[in-house]
Design a protein around this ligand. Structure first.
Ligand SMILES: Cc1ncc(COP(=O)(O)O)c(C=O)c1O
Length: 382
């Protein structure tokens, strides 16, 4: 059975050409980029080449890129590095946990945190950011694209509001990178996070854009690496891979093809799905989040559907997170006003650059058949 992978928002396959750029730095060119001998210098120049590629990808200077271990660390560095007790932070209810749990921890330490609501499509109103501003607001953190629905936030508008008020703006662009163009100048942010493994680079790599003269408290104490913003020996092979993934994203013209495949999948599945969560909003081109009904008004159990599809060779994810054994409905779908039942009956399909036409056809068939089976079962067991 040829498996179909449609969970690219969880992670994307590493591109073979990216692996090839990394290979020498795992084997022969193993130097520490801080060493002054030739082995070290080779590693240093590879790191700086990759920094140039990532900077070009985001539209900034190489010196404004800090390499990290991934999206979570980039988000944490942006949040913890910017805020002190007594400050006020504005964020949204639909952020990834890398931001949400970071600001929740801050609120336990005397930081005033405000979570902005979203509308039924999952979009933050930029004007709500303006209304939420306080004299002691030190950070606004709003994501560019949501990981569960793919819905895009009005980050340029929020950037203008933040700029007028002189408030630092962080954008979690982990799910936007490689799917839509990112330009830190037009967003007007001071900080922006990306992650290598969401854009066909290696897992455990990421970067934080830090605009020049933005002061940031490092998370870890140690050496003076990354201009004293991130201590620790650089992951040379990983950084090279992230640079190659950024080069690939800039070069590749597969985005419109991916949008066409996603739209075809969505149209095909709407024959058996109740609707698209966030479907009326602007979205990244690879994601669709659909909810499924059983016969009548009941919802299908999304997790059971994920397992059934997995057994048939299709990898997707459900609109529920398993925390402490409980099948919690997604905070994103709940913030959009969906009932817990509808959230639990929702599935996320996320495509990658290698998704084929034929996989879309097979996925539509598989889902249609499995949904019909589950509906029959729910009638029988009623
Ligand atoms: C929007 C968003 N931010 C941050 C992260 C965390 O990135 P990483 O897995 O590289 O730590 C993710 C991962 O799913 C994400 O989707």
């Amino acid at each position: 059975m040829q498996r179909i992978y449609m969970d690219a928002n969880a992670t994307t396959p590493l591109l073979p050409e990216v692996l090839e750029t990394m290979r020498p730095f795992l084997l022969e060119q193993f130097g520490n980029a801080s060493s002054i001998h030739q082995e070290g210098q080779q590693a240093r120049s590879a790191v700086e080449r990759a920094r140039g590629s990532v900077a070009q990808f985001l539209g900034c200077r190489p010196s404004e890129i800090v390499f990290t271990s991934g999206g979570t660390e980039s988000d944490n560095l942006a949040v913890f590095g910017s805020v002190r007790p007594g400050d006020h932070v504005i964020t949204s209810a639909v952020e990834h946990h890398a931001v949400l749990h970071a600001v929740e921890r801050l609120s336990e330490r005397g930081v005033d945190v405000e979570f902005l609501p979203v509308d039924g499509q999952g979009v933050v109103a930029a004007e709500d950011v303006r209304k939420a501003l306080r004299p002691y607001t030190s950070l606004i953190s709003v994501m560019m694209a949501n990981n569960e629905t793919g819905v895009l936030q009005p980050v340029e508008e929020i950037g203008r509001i933040a700029g007028e008020a002189g408030i630092r703006f962080h954008v979690d662009a982990v799910q936007a990178a490689g799917k839509i163009a990112i330009d830190v100048a037009s967003i007007g942010c001071q900080l922006l996070s990306i992650s290598g493994h969401k854009m066909h680079g290696p897992q455990g790599t990421g970067a934080l854009f830090v605009r020049r003269s933005t002061r940031l408290e490092p998370l870890s104490a140690g050496g003076a690496h990354e201009r004293q913003r991130r201590a620790g020996t650089e992951n040379v092979a990983g950084i090279v891979g992230l640079g190659a993934a950024a080069e690939y994203a800039m070069r590749s013209d597969g985005i419109e093809r991916m949008r066409g495949l996603r739209d075809r999948l969505e149209t095909g599945l709407l024959a058996c799905a109740g609707g698209v969560n966030g479907g009326k909003a602007a979205r990244v081109p690879n994601t669709t989040n659909l909810w499924f009904r059983s016969l009548g008004f009941d919802s299908l159990d999304g997790e059971a559907l994920v397992i059934a599809l997995d057994l048939k060779g299709l990898a997707v994810s459900s609109g529920a997170a398993c925390s402490s054994g409980a099948n919690e409905p997604s905070h994103v779908l709940e913030a959009m006003g969906l009932s817990a039942e509808r959230a639990r009956s929702s599935l996320r399909f996320s495509l990658h650059r290698g998704t084929s036409d034929e996989e879309i056809d097979r996925a539509i068939d598989l889902v249609t058949t499995q949904v019909a089976r589950m509906r029959e079962l729910s009638v029988v067991t009623r």
